[in-house]
Design a protein around this ligand. Sequence first.
Ligand code: ADP
Ligand code: TRP
Length: 322
Amino acid sequence: MRIFTGLQPSGDLHIGNYFGAIAPMMKRQNDNEMIMFIANYHAMTSILKDKKTASNFKDNINKAAAAFLALGLNPNKSIFYLQSDVKEVLELYWILSQFTPMGLLERAHSYKDKIAKGLSANHGLFSYPVLMAADILLFDAPLVPVGKDQIQHLEITRDIAIKFNNEFGNVFTIPEALVDENTQTIVGTDGAKMSKSYGNTIDIFTSYKQLKKQVNKIVSDSTPIEEPKDWKNCNIYKIAELFLDENGLASLRARYEKGGEGYGHFKLYLCDVIWEYFDKARSEYERLLQGKEIADILNDGAKKASILAQNKMQQVYKALSL
Ligand code: ADP
Ligand code: TRP
């Protein structure tokens, strides 16, 4: 089955992104035809707001590519490209705009949320879902893995595709969102959902010093050192569960129950566990950032994606008599 998804190059990845989105996606590439792209056009809706954030853009794209590759994206199995390398998407975006009623976009929660958070209400932000529809419809993807916040965008994509198909024939595959109900919401250092916007993240590719600082922020109770501790309600333990196998967890539970160790000890232990867990990925990430391989991989991906995109555009032209 073909699976298609886009990822925004939005700064440092955290372990919530990893366990909630990246790891499940990487698993799927073994028995599916995966197409993944870095959504740099979409990222422009937030990154072009001032000169300073714009100046980090190229760097962020490069880092995002290195991160996905280091975390398991296999360019020999999956097509991996940069959105702006396949220009057909902009042409289809314009064509699909003719099939997008204003009301459909006016109802988009994501647009309203972003405005409420202070992004300016411009056309790019408003038409974001049409560009997303173009991404998806260009590649005939039946299944699109996304986070819960993107479900409405998939519904908009379906509406646009159905409207087009009804009038001009079956050109587009009607896609479905693939939302992993099993993926848990990973908690941040304060016990709320881990998110960049809450400043409660534990980042994947960071220095040991910074990792230690982030892990130290995990909120714990004030049980004295010598007393047994409640691992069931402990945020340190909850995060450790993501990384340790049953044996590791059993010995951690025993340490909690025995008493004599403080949360500081458990945090230090967790920090080492996380550091070790991403050790291989970290070396690969650094290696990729230093070399020229990323550009080659993305070029190769763009060539493969362009062939598919051009085929689809031929069908669109024919259907519309263009
Ligand atoms: P953030 O909230 O930090 O800005 P994004 O919205 O960029 O994260 O999320 C990118 C992907 O990672 C989405 O698919 C989202 O569902 C997933 N994700 C982000 N935070 C978490 C979390 N705390 N738990 C599980 N999945 C998450
Ligand atoms: N809007 C998506 C997000 O913020 C990224 C994205 C852009 C995307 N185009 C897509 C995801 C197409 C899936 C398919 O996460």
